[in-house]
Design a protein around this ligand. Structure first.
Ligand SMILES: Cc1cc2nc3c(=O)[nH]c(=O)nc-3n(C[C@H](O)[C@H](O)[C@H](O)COP(=O)(O)OP(=O)(O)OC[C@H]3O[C@@H](n4cnc5c(N)ncnc54)[C@H](O)[C@@H]3O)c2cc1C
Length: 445
């Protein structure tokens, strides 16, 4: 039996940063990793997808330049971004540098699958580790694949194949109109792929404001992307001609099929049931210090408080504070988030309907970016809006959406306002630099 202070199972962004911090503070930390140190985000998620989006956006801007500064000839070349993803983002899916960083920080890295076999006890790579302080779970998610007839037998893509592709297919069907599906759909379309998005719900980006769904749907369609909402998918087949997706009334054909219908938490093969932890829900239920029970914490996508890298790292910082005997402070429930499409959809806090559902006396306000000073100057590519959701009784923002060019950056001020419950009077009594996109906040107020 090996002893240590803490075992971290899974080194997603949160687990990696937590293990590094604790080792830096002198604790004896064991990190168990079954695949690549760093998890989904750097190898198959945020970083490669945003590299693809950066390239795709440059192509779109080059086209817009024709209406602004002169004719440009942009010839999409997917090999450039594929190469950048291989060399700069993922080192060809080699985590040696990240693993070295971890071990240099003093963490004992164990390659293999970790299982909890008792209180504060983990088994991995045929060894047992007894953790004096406890275990932190950061095992992340895998793609959730819907039970559609025939789908399992086909070579469909998940996010992993989509970001590792070396060429853009001639056509792509995307099942799932959430953030991941939409970001990849638009990026591929800008490289010349004929894209069809199939969404079962009555609108894409259904977790955000309906105005976000409308603005994005319009923008995607204006680029030639087919968006089909409220579809019912009967079966999927694959043959020499590619994929056939049979819908209730017709069918969609495509060379490639991307399934982006959400994520399934990796919580069922960890031995948690033996410890009496309830794994019947989609994610685990933790308290504000991310504790599942004595000496056991969960962070990141499995913790059910938002599946984002920044959330994983925020939660890692909280567990780090607890383990180091420091007060992590109150949990930030505002959940700022960005869908990196064009227009970029930044959102924080509650949507209007969520706020009403909580019995809040809501006032809301919406201002269009093209009508704002900066939006007018910007011209092509200025689609978007800024929406504020106000608790009228307390006169504070409880939610906001900033959709448009740099919508994720504009969100920063709104995220602070929601998080800190800044009185609207203070927001009104501020100078908003002219002509910035975030000046639209003043108009919305
Ligand atoms: C295409 C795509 C784009 C995304 N874009 C963004 C974005 O722009 N911004 C953003 O904030 N988020 C984004 N996300 C989400 C983000 O990637 C995740 O929220 C983030 O990776 C945090 O996950 P995590 O910390 O829970 O663990 P993960 O990153 O999922 O890592 C978990 C790790 O645990 C390991 N593991 C699992 N089980 C075991 C076990 N039993 N033993 C040992 N190791 C184990 C896995 O191998 C993995 O390395 C994106 C995701 C995808 C798929």
């Amino acid at each position: 039996m090996n002893t240590c202070d803490v075992v971290v199972i899974g080194t997603g962004p949160g687990g990696e940063s937590l293990a590094t911090r604790l080792a830096g503070e002198g604790l004896d930390v064991v990190a168990v990793e079954a695949e690549l140190v760093g998890g989904e985000c750097p190898y198959w998620g945020c970083i490669p997808s945003k590299m693809m989006i950066r390239a795709a956006n440059a192509l779109a801007e080059a086209q817009r330049a024709g209406r602004l500064g002169g004719r440009t000839e942009a010839q999409p070349d997917f090999s450039l971004v594929a190469d950048r993803i291989r060399r700069e983002a993922t080192s060809d899916w080699d985590d040696s540098a990240a693993a070295d960083r971890l071990t240099r920080a003093g963490v004992r890295l164990v390659r293999g699958r970790g299982v909890v076999v008792g209180e504060r006890t983990v088994e991995a790579a045929d060894e047992r580790f007894q953790a004096r302080l406890g275990i932190v779970l950061n095992t992340g998610t895998v793609p959730a694949v819907p039970p559609i007839d025939g789908l399992d037998a086909t070579p469909y893509w998940t996010n992993r194949e989509a970001v590792a592709a070396t060429e853009a297919p001639a056509s792509l069907a995307v099942i799932g109109g959430g953030a991941i599906g939409l970001e990849l759909a638009q990026a591929y379309a800008r490289f010349g792929t004929a894209v069809t998005i199939l969404e079962v719900a009555d609108r894409i980006l259904a977790v955000e404001e309906p105005e976000s769904s409308d603005a994005l749907c319009e923008a995607l369609q204006s680029e030639g992307i087919t968006v089909r909402e409220s579809v019912s998918i009967d079966r999927v087949d694959h043959g020499e001609d590619g994929f056939t997706i049979s819908l209730s009334a017709d069918e969609v054909r495509a060379e490639r099929l991307l399934v982006a219908t959400g994520r399934r938490a990796r919580i069922h093969d960890l031995g948690l049931e033996e410890l009496g932890v309830d794994t019947s829900a989609k994610t685990l239920t933790v308290d504000d210090e991310m504790a599942l029970g004595p000496g056991l914490w969960a962070i990141g996508d499995i913790a059910g408080r938002g599946q984002f890298t920044h959330v994983s790292m925020y939660q890692a910082a909280r567990v780090g504070d607890v383990l180091l005997g420091r007060d992590p402070g109150p949990y930030d429930t505002s959940l700022p988030r960005v869908t990196f499409t064009d227009p970029e959809i930044g959102a924080v806090g509650l949507t209007e309907s969520q706020a009403r559902g909580q019995g809040i006396d809501v006032r809301s306000s919406n201002t269009e970016i093209p009508a704002s000073s900066r939006g007018f100057i910007h011209g092509p590519g200025n689609d978007g809006f800024l929406k504020l959701v106000v608790d009228a009784e307390r006169d504070v923002l409880v939610g906001a959406t900033s959709a448009g060019p740099s919508g994720g950056e504009t969100l920063s001020l709104l995220a602070l306002a929601v998080r800190a419950e800044v009185p609207l009077d203070v927001l009104r009594n501020m100078i908003y630099p002219y002509p910035t996109f975030y000046r639209a906040i003043e108009s919305a107020l």
